[in-house]
Design a protein around this ligand. Structure first.
Ligand code: E4P
Length: 218
């Protein structure tokens, strides 16, 4: 399973680089706004830091302008993935950009039928939002199960399931059990994945016993 970090904060990305965990990055207009940076500059910087796919989202709402924005974003670096909303125009833009071999990530997906549309339009990734479905009383993980099941029944579909709007480690665990291709995870949740009270307790006991030996490995 690939791990992307869901952030436009370069320091957060740098803090995770040496773990070897990062396979890519996703951003969206809200994350760019939160970073306070220029979208083109920050995406360029992220693309140098992380060689995997880096999603930059268009902000136009009509297909023609989405395509123009997508082409401009794609010119930043070879590893840019153009993120497009799952609207009629977004799907048209996805199809057009896919025909030009530009990688696409169709975002704001909330139904399995929408995921089918993205796959048929040649999307590289589909981003179903689990947390936002949970927020309105639906079960976000049910959507992931449906999309994984449907995509697996059609071997010609190459679109990867990128689980988005992850809010906690349980979302990630369930997505991994379903065989989702990618999870985009906030840095805070990536750090939570390391934690277990028995690890802390066990390490504390080992360190105490080791100290009593008076030895040193180095
Ligand atoms: C995905 O690409 C989105 O940027 C993101 O996962 C949205 O998450 P949120 O619902 O927590 O804002």
């Amino acid at each position: 399973m690939k791990f992307f970090v869901d952030t436009a904060d370069v320091d957060e990305i740098k803090g995770l680089l040496d773990t070897g965990l990062l396979d890519g990055v996703t951003t969206n207009p809200s994350l760019i706004a939160k970073s306070g940076r220029n979208i083109l500059q920050v995406l360029e910087e992220i693309c140098v830091l992380v060689p995997g796919p880096v999603s930059g989202e268009v902000t136009a709402t009509n297909a023609a302008d989405m395509i123009r924005e997508g082409e401009k974003l794609a010119s930043i670096a070879d590893n840019i993935t153009v993120k497009l909303p799952l609207t009629f125009d977004g799907i048209k833009a996805c199809y057009a950009l896919s025909q030009k071999d530009i990688k696409t990530n169709v975002t704001l997906c909330f139904s399995a039928n929408q995921a089918l549309l993205a796959a048929k339009a040649g999307a590289t990734f589909i981003s179903p939002f689990v947390g936002r479905l949970d927020d309105i009383g639906s079960n976000g993980m049910d959507l992931i199960a449906d999309i994984c099941q449907i995509y697996s029944m059609y071997p010609t579909i190459e679109t990867e399931v990128l689980v988005a709007s992850i809010r906690n480690p349980i979302h990630l665990l369930e997505a991994a059990k379903m065989g989702a291709d990618v999870a985009t995870i906030p840095a805070k949740v990536i750090h939570q994945l390391f934690n277990h009270p028995l690890t802390d307790k066990g390490l504390e006991a080992f360190m105490k016993d080791w100290e009593s030996t008076g030895q040193s490995i180095l």
